[in-house]
Every structure is written in structure tokens, then in C-alpha cells.
Design a protein around this ligand. Structure first.
Ligand code: ADP
Length: 709
């Protein structure tokens, strides 16, 4: 459809030759701006147009953009554009018209590079009423519009606009088909594929690549962040690739924007060249995450395997050390019962140690047979993990029987299958010997127990017997004491009469005696007196033993008592060759005891000293220990002394150091035993220190105060 003429007719058309030249020019170029520019210049040359602008819709049909001019600065024209959206803009409104519109300046005059000057806007390339014109020709002034040349140029420029647009549309649709085909193809590939331009901007991407590198505003913050991170990583990888070499194959670690997990890709990139320059890069990403994971796992498994192998070797080494250091034989057998391993002690039983020795070989075979039978029993022993049994083996060297206790442990695989059996053999000889000894010991102990019981019973019987005998003896002793007391008393009366008459005869009461008579009577007198002494002493002992000698406690001074004793013994002291002294210290307190009994003891001790001392001296020394409250009276002499072995014996009844003593010194052998009994009655004792030939010291120890009976 040609635009209706608003241009007034006038002026002649230029020659056909000039017009053909323009048309030829237009046919040679498909660039609308170049065509428009040529047309405007033609009009300036042949139609007197001085100032004019041509504007056309852009490819998207969204803007009206200035593309050629004459008499106007091309810079202003290049910056001249109007949004088609501005439907009320007078020039956009003109695009919807078929006729030229005149703008005569003033109030609603549109802003164009022509300024305020009036102009006519002629629509160019209007196809139909429902479509916009493809461009506008703005011609300043009025005069040129009447020219038929202008009319003609408008027509051919409109045609050019229309033909270029239809060609563009055709190529657009072909390009669109190709593009969607390309999308179909790259989307069919499971790997992300993308084309980036030389600035790194994404031009084409398949769905998988879009998932990684494209996000929308309405998507989650996490996803958008992951996508921007992926873009950065990809740009860095591509930049790195550019520095390395073309067709690089690199690993690229990205983030899964949906799940946040790591994704490992192999990046294959190929530059796209146009002419001499690189216009973009095609990148294909191969997901090798699983491959990476698998290879990492294989690496890990391999390391574990190595470690396990090393551990197994050290365990094996340790096991060898352990089983070799155990003194008991250890045998390791497999599930079939074949021996896999054994230690040295086991080798001595199950391998021939003396090559060529038939006897040894026979013994080893016998041991093998016994052990195999034990193992085969164990293989049928069910689920028990430990099995014990007794086997009798043979010592290879000595041929001695070797009873052993076999303890076998089963080692099972994780599936529960028997893999190995470890058997330890304990030599039972010692245990059996111990058991035998123990039995023997038990028997002995039972026998001993019976014997002890019998002996105890016998002892009890003897004790009972002894007890009865003691009772009987006690009774007999009491009877004897009684008898002796009675007899002594009975003896004393006639004896005193005998002594009295003998004394009278000796004194010449019955006339003068012949020397022989005198001698005989003297003997009667001395033997009678000895007998009286004896009887008196026996009487004392029997009275003490039968408890018929009571204590008479009184208070007295020791010094006084000693003086009394010295006075009584004076006839003997004065005849003694020894010097007799007494020393009673003043610190000795008053005594409270049986005076008579104490005196009897002291008299006896001094009498003995006088009897057995032929030279030197006799000393009576008293002492007092305030702490123990004990009084001591020591009678020392320089006499014949007493041998060590008689120190105890001299205190026994009728005991003298030797029989000759009686003959040489007289005496009864009862004096010291009476002293011992008396001192004991006073709560004290007598001690003796003496050396044969050197003298003796008898010491009486009594409490200052005797306990009342
Ligand atoms: P006897 O009446 O015989 O003196 P004793 O019992 O008094 O009896 O003494 C027993 C014996 O102890 C004496 O026979 C004597 O052998 C010995 N004996 C006692 N006192 C002394 C002493 N002072 N020196 C040496 N021997 C003594």
C-alpha cells in the first residue's frame, strides 16, 4: 500500500537515468540506514530538500530510531529515538496513519533534531491499517513536499522498508527454527552445555546448564547465591583456560543450587571464532562427581586395605612370637583339620626330630592319629566355641606316655563358618602326680587324724588316772604329814627324857663316870640331840605342809631382831675362826611380818655360814627398796662355796651337797628347805650366789609388810 499523497504535485520528475541510479544503489544494499541516507542525499541533490531526517522501527519494533539525515547533525540523529509504547506521541501516532502529517511548530510540536522548524512527517512502509508504518521521513519546510521527486523517493523508500522487513521476518523465523532445533539438541544432552560471549555473558544454555547458571528473581536466596557462585567459578575457570590453552579439559567444582551439595565437573571448552576474533566459548560440563567419589572411595579402600594388611602382618608376627614363647604345645589347624601352624613344643610331638629313627616316626604317627581324632570330634561338636579333651600322646625321644589336656578354640568367619582351630596342649603329668600326692596326703592326714584322736583319748584317760593318783597322793601325803607330826611328837617326849637323863649322868648325878662311860654317854647325848633336831625340823615341815603353822604378824625393828640372833648364836660365833659382822642401814623401816619365822630363817642362814666357813668373814647386810617395798637380808661368807649344779638342789628336802657333808659338818639337809617354805609364807623368796671354794651369799627377799592370812 502506497502512502496517499499529501505532497502537493509540482515540478518535473528528474530524468529516468538519475532515478535508475538511485534504484540501482538501493538494490545493492540491504542496510536500511544506508538506503535512507542515500535517498535523503538524492533528495537534497534533485528535489531541493535542505533538511530532513529518516527514522525507522528497530528490529524488535519497540523504538522509532533516527537512522539518516541531511542538513542535520548525524550525532543528533543517532541520539534521536522514541518508544513505540508512547502511543500518544504525535510521531508514533503518525506511524498509524497513511497520510503525511504536518507539524507547523508551536505548542504541541514534537521534539526532533529539526528543532522548532515546521516539518512534514511522511509514514514509510505501512503494510496494512492494523500495522504501524515501518518508518518516518521528516522533511523540513513546505516547498519540497510538492515535488514529484519527493513523492517518488517516498514510494521507493517505503518499498525498501517493506522488502527488508519481510526479508528480516523470513530470516527471523528461520533463525528461530534453527535456534529451537539447537535448543532441542543441546537439551537432549544430559551434560550442561553453554555458550558465553567474549565478555563472559551467557548466550545459550541448555536446561541443565540453566539449572546451574541461571536464576530468577523470585527464586530462593540460597539458590540465587549458589548460581552466582557457579557463574564466578565458571568465569574463573574459563579465564584460566584462556591463559593455558585452547580445548582445555579442567576439573570444575560447582554447587548444586537445589541441594547445596558439591558437584564435580570436567570442563571442556571450545572457543567460537568469527573472522580473526574469538566471539565466545562453548563449554560442555561432564558430571564426574560420582566418578570422583568412586575414585576417592577406591583410594580410601586401598589405603584401608594396605593398613589392614600391615596390621595383619604385625598381628601375625605377634602371634608367632606369642605362640613360640608359650611352653605348651600350640597347634593351629584349618577347617579340614590339616595343621597350618605349630610352635616349637608342638613340633617336638608332631614332627620327626630324629630323622631316620623309625621308633620316633612311629611315635609321631601315633600322636598325629590321636590329635586328628580329637580334632575330628571337635568338628562335629556343634556350636560350642571351646572344646576340651584328654589325649595320651607319646614323648618322641623317651617314648614315655604323655597325658595332655587339649583345649581347642574355634575361630569362625563373619558368616559363621569354621575357618581355624587353635589347640593348646597342657602337660598333665605334673597335675596327675600332684593329684596322686594329694590323694596320698589326704590318706595320711586321715590316718593321722585317727591316730591323734586315739592318742587324745588315751591322754584323757591318763590324765584322769593321774588326777585320781594326785588325789590319792594328796590324801596319802596328808596322812603321811599327819603321821610324821604325830610320830615326831611321840618321838620328842621319850627323846627329851633320854637327853635329860644322859645330861644328868654326864654331870655326875649318879656318881663319877669312868672315861669310857663318859665317852659313850657323850655320843648318846650328841646323837640324841641330832635326832631331836631332825624330829623338830620334820615336825616344822609337816606343820607347814599341813597348814598347821599359822602366821603371827607383828611390827618390829630389823636391827633388834638381828641383835637378838647374834646374841643367841654368840657361843658359836665366838668359837668361829671367821669374823662375823652385821650392817643394818638406818633407812630400813619397821617391818610388819611374822617375827618368829623371819628369825628362824636368819638363824638358819647364819648357822650354815658359820658351819661352812673356816676363815675369812661372815657378813649380814640388810637393804630396803622403797619402790618395791622389799627388804633384803643377805648372809655372805667366804666359806667352802657350792658348785653351780647344786644351787637349786640345796633347797630340796634332805638335800646336802654330798653325803660326806653330814659326816663332816653334821646337819639334816632340811634347814634350807624349811627356810624356802617360811620365806614363801612371808610372801618372799631366797636366792643364792655361790662359787665352789670362794664362798656363798644367801639373800632373803621379803615384803616389808606381809599380807595377813
Ligand atoms: P644341813 O642341816 O645339812 O645344813 P641345810 O638344808 O641347811 O642342811 O643345807 C643343805 C646343804 O647345803 C648343806 O649340807 C651344805 O652342803 C650346803 N650349804 C648350806 N649352806 C652353806 C654355806 N653357807 N656354805 C656352803 N655350803 C652350804
Amino acid at each position: 500500500m502506497r502512502p496517499a499523497s499529501l505532497v502537493e504535485k509540482g515540478g518535473p520528475l528528474v530524468s529516468a537515468e538519475v532515478r535508475v541510479a538511485l534504484m540501482e544503489h538501493l538494490l545493492r544494499t540491504d542496510d536500511i540506514a544506508a538506503c535512507a541516507q542515500h535517498c535523503l542525499e538524492w533528495l537534497a541533490a534533485h528535489a531541493g530538500v535542505q533538511r530532513a531526517i529518516c527514522a525507522g522501527l528497530d528490529e524488535e519494533g519497540e523504538r522509532l530510531v533516527g537512522n539518516a539525515s541531511v542538513g542535520v547533525s548525524p550525532l543528533l540523529v543517532a541520539e534521536f529515538w522514541i518508544e513505540v509504547e508512547e502511543r500518544n506521541h504525535p510521531l508514533i501516532a503518525t506511524l498509524r496513519r497513511t497520510e503525511a502529517v504536518r507539524f507547523s511548530g508551536g505548542g504541541r510540536h514534537p521534539i526532533t533534531p529539526l528543532g522548532d522548524e515546521p516539518f512534514i512527517a511522511v509514514p514509510l512502509g505501512r503494510q496494512s491499517t492494523d500495522q504501524l508504518a515501518l518508518g518516518l521521513l521528516l522533511l523540513a519546510g513546505d516547498s519540497v513536499t510538492r515535488s514529484p521527486n519527493v513523492q517518488w523517493v517516498v514510494e521507493i523508500l517505503s518499498d525498501k522498508f517493506l522488502s527488508l522487513r519481510s526479508r528480516h521476518l523470513a530470516s527471523e523465523s528461520r533463525f528461530g527454527r534453527e535456534r529451537s532445533l539447537l535448543h532441542g539438541v543441546i537439551n537432549a544432552v544430559s551434560d550442561p552445555i553453554l555458550l558465553t560471549d567474549s565478555d563472559g555473558r551467557l548466550v545459550i544454555a541448555n536446561t541443565r546448564a540453566e539449572n546451574l547458571f541461571v536464576s530468577r528473581e523470585d527464586e530462593s536466596e540460597g539458590r540465587r547465591r549458589a548460581v552466582s557462585m557457579n557463574n564466578m567459578l565458571l568465569s574463573a575457570a574459563l579465564a584460566g583456560r584462556a591463559m593455558e590453552r585452547d580445548h582445555a579439559r579442567n576439573e570444575l567444582l560447582l554447587v548444586d543450587p537445589n541441594e547445596g551439595s558439591d558437584l564435580l565437573f570436567e570442563l571442556m571448552s571450545q572457543p567460537v571464532r568469527e573472522g580473526d576474533g574469538e566471539v565466545g566459548i562453548v563449554s560442555v560440563l561432564r558430571n564426574v562427581t560420582d566418578l570422583g567419589r568412586a575414585s576417592a572411595e577406591i583410594g580410601e579402600t586401598y589405603e584401608k586395605l594396605q593398613l589392614a594388611q600391615a596390621r595383619m602382618q604385625s598381628e601375625r608376627h605377634r602371634l608367632d612370637l606369642i605362640i613360640d614363647s608359650v611352653a605348651d604345645p600350640i597347634i593351629v589347624t584349618d577347617a579340614a583339620g590339616d595343621i597350618m601352624l605349630m610352635n616349637k613344643p608342638a613340633e617336638r610331638l608332631f614332627t620327626v626330630q630324629i630323622p631316620g629313627n623309625e621308633e620316633a616316626e612311629r611315635r609321631v604317627r601315633s600322636n598325629d592319629a590321636h590329635f586328628s581324632s580329637f580334632i575330628s570330634n571337635l568338628l562335629f561338636s556343634g556350636s560350642e566355641k571351646r572344646v576340651r579333651g584328654d589325649i595320651t600322646l607319646v614323648d618322641q625321644e623317651t617314648g614315655e606316655s604323655l597325658p595332655v589336656e587339649a583345649i581347642a578354640g574355634k575361630i569362625l568367619s563373619p558368616q559363621g563358618e569354621l575357618t581355624t582351630v587353635v589347640t593348646i596342649l597342657h602337660d598333665q603329668r605334673e597335675a596327675l602326680e600332684k593329684a596322686r600326692l594329694y590323694e596320698q596326703l589326704k590318706k595320711f592326714s586321715t590316718e593321722l587324724e585317727a591316730r591323734v584322736q586315739a592318742a587324745t583319748a588315751e591322754l584323757a584317760e591318763q590324765n584322769e588316772l593321774l588326777r585320781r593318783q594326785a588325789v590319792e597322793l594328796e590324801q596319802a601325803s596328808a596322812a603321811k604329814s599327819q603321821f610324821l607330826a604325830n610320830m615326831s611328837h611321840e618321838f620328842r617326849t621319850p627323846l627329851n627324857a633320854i637327853l635329860g637323863y644322859t645330861s644328868m649322868l654326864l654331870q655326875g648325878v649318879s656318881g663319877k663316870l669312868l672315861p669310857a662311860q663318859q665317852k659313850a654317854l657323850s655320843r648318846i647325848d650328841s646323837n640324841g640331840r641330832h635326832l631331836l633336831d631332825l624330829i623338830n625340823e620334820i615336825l616344822d615341815i609337816t606343820r607347814i605342809e599341813s597348814g598347821k603353822m599359822p602366821l603371827h604378824i607383828s611390827r618390829f625393828e630389823l636391827q633388834a631382831l638381828i641383835d637378838e640372833v647374834f646374841a643367841e648364836l654368840d657361843p658359836i660365833i665366838s668359837r668361829s675362826p671367821a669374823q662375823v659382822t652385821a650392817r643394818i642401814p638406818a633407812n630400813i623401816p619397821e617391818l610388819e611380818t611374822d617375827r618368829q619365822k623371819l628369825k628362824q630363817i636368819v638363824v638358819n642362814l647364819i648357822s650354815n655360814a658359820l658351819k661352812f666357813t673356816h676363815e675369812g668373814r661372815i657378813r649380814v647386810v640388810a637393804g630396803y627398796n622403797a619402790r618395791s617395798r622389799m627388804v633384803t637380808i643377805a648372809v655372805s661368807d667366804t666359806g667352802i662355796g657350792i658348785a653351780e649344779e647344786y644351787h637349786q638342789k640345796v633347797f630340796e628336802d634332805f638335800r646336802q651337797v654330798d653325803a660326806s657333808t653330814t659326816r663332816a659338818y653334821g646337819g639334816t639337809g632340811l634347814g634350807l628347805s624349811i627356810c624356802r617354805r617360811l620365806s614363801s609364807m612371808l610372801g618372799g623368796r631366797i636366792t643364792l650366789k655361790s662359787k665352789l671354794g670362794k664362798g656363798s651369799t644367801f639373800t632373803l627377799h621379803i615384803p616389808r609388810k606381809s599380807r595377813r592370812p
